[in-house]
Design a protein. Structure first.
Length: 413
């Protein structure tokens, strides 16, 4: 689509392009609202032609054959157009389902917004993929790390013991060269409510929310990944690796509701391995991911009230710098949703002056910890939870200024 627009833009002035785009959007919108009504007219027209040919007498058989042949071609062409028309409407409706709720409109603006969002997402994925490939060329994994090589069957065997006891977890092996899925466990299809064939020859990032693609690439660069051999076989070491290297992404395998794509948050724990490829002579460097679905901490199985604790850090300018992964089931936000955003935006309007007073006191205390009044924090679903927080800060020993502020939060029950 983008290449077509670029070609058209080279051949005609901008005003003509605007007129054509407007006419195109008008036509698409009318087609969607009519829901294929034109196909009925085409059928009536074809029927009229057919009736006309039946009226030809026996002396004009050759003429009747020619007319009938012409009508048959028209009917086939009409059927082809009708099929393309229905597929176009279906694709546009599915594309609308990917739009964030705050960007959904009605009418022609909805179609234009969907097309722009799709183009922007494609550009983002392509840019991240190109950047990732550059990192693969420029960065190598540590030579002292022992990276074991496995067949696909062996990958299935070694990951099964980790996921078999957890109905919300699946394993996937993603090529760090092509980005394609080389292996995915059977549980993925049931967890994501889709058929397993959907993952065949597909790139894993195709199933991620667009805003999480860059997080996936930055979290799976080879030099950052622990080798599976380091964590394999030692339970305590495995837990330590999982806690230090995990990241979060939203995954979807298609529509779960009409015209709407539903993404679910997953905790991803990556490991570095090599997979023996049957087609290629060389083993492929891969990332094995243990993906566990994240549930609300207030629903079964609930997080005990005494363990509803998480930490955050923010800058002296009051922007989130880091968010503990324990906050995800309690607040509904993934760490990347909060990092870089103002703390005050997420607080109840009545509590913002209190937070400013706390911030001022933190800067004055010079690293001394203290407790303060509870603050109401807005969760992702729009509801507020009350947090009891103890504050402290880190002082840069050279500049003797506050580098960042630490908050230890406990959700009130």
């Amino acid at each position: 689509m983008s290449s077509y627009l670029e070609m058209a833009n080279d051949k005609m002035p901008a005003e003509s392009m605007d007129i054509l785009m407007k006419q195109g959007l008008d036509t698409l919108q009318e087609d969607i609202e009519m829901s294929g009504g034109s196909s009925g007219n085409d059928e009536n027209e074809a029927f009229g032609h057919k009736s006309h040919t039946n009226e030809v007498d026996g002396n004009g058989k050759e003429t009747a054959m020619i007319v009938d042949s012409s009508d048959s071609c028209k009917s086939n062409e009409s059927s082809s157009k009708s099929k393309t028309h229905k597929e176009l409407i279906k694709t546009l409706q599915e594309l609308k389902g990917h739009l964030p709720a705050d960007k959904r409109f009605k009418g022609k603006s909805s179609i234009l917004a969907s097309l722009k969002y799709a183009l922007r997402s494609i550009k983002q994925v392509k840019a991240n993929e190109e950047y990732y490939q550059m990192m693969m060329i420029n960065e190598t994994y540590p030579c002292n790390v022992d990276i074991l090589s496995y067949t696909v069957e062996e990958v299935d065997n070694i990951t099964t013991e980790y996921i078999m006891k957890n109905a919300d977890m699946f394993a996937v092996a993603v090529s760090l060269v092509t980005g394609k899925i080389l292996y995915i466990s059977d549980q993925a299809a049931s967890i994501l409510h889709c058929k397993k064939d959907l993952f065949k020859n597909a790139k894993f990032v195709e199933f991620l929310a667009p805003q999480d693609v860059s997080v996936f690439y930055s979290s799976t660069t080879p030099y950052r990944l622990p080798s599976w051999s380091i964590c394999n076989g030692v339970e305590s070491a495995t837990q330590e690796c999982m806690e230090e290297k995990s990241f979060f992404c939203r995954i979807s395998a298609g529509k779960e509701h009409e015209h709407e794509i539903c993404y679910h948050p997953f905790r991803m724990t990556p490991y570095l391995i090599k997979v023996q490829d049957v087609k290629n002579t060389e083993d492929q460097l891969c990332c094995v991911l243990l993906a566990e679905k994240v549930h609300s901490g207030y629903e079964a199985p609930r997080i005990p009230p005494n363990k509803r604790i998480f930490t955050t850090t923010h800058t002296p300018s009051c922007l989130f710098q880091d968010v503990d992964e324990r906050a995800v089931p309690l607040l509904g936000y993934l760490p990347q949703d909060l990092i870089g955003t103002p703390v005050l935006v997420h607080l109840h309007p009545s509590d913002r002056p209190l937070m400013l007073a706390i911030h001022k006191k933190i800067l004055q205390c010079g690293g001394q910890p203290f407790d303060y009044s509870p603050i109401r924090f807005c969760t992702r679903n729009g509801e507020y939870v009350t947090l009891d927080t103890s504050w402290s800060s880190f002082i840069n020993p050279w500049s003797r200024k506050v580098s960042f502020i630490i908050g230890r939060h406990k959700v009130r029950t």
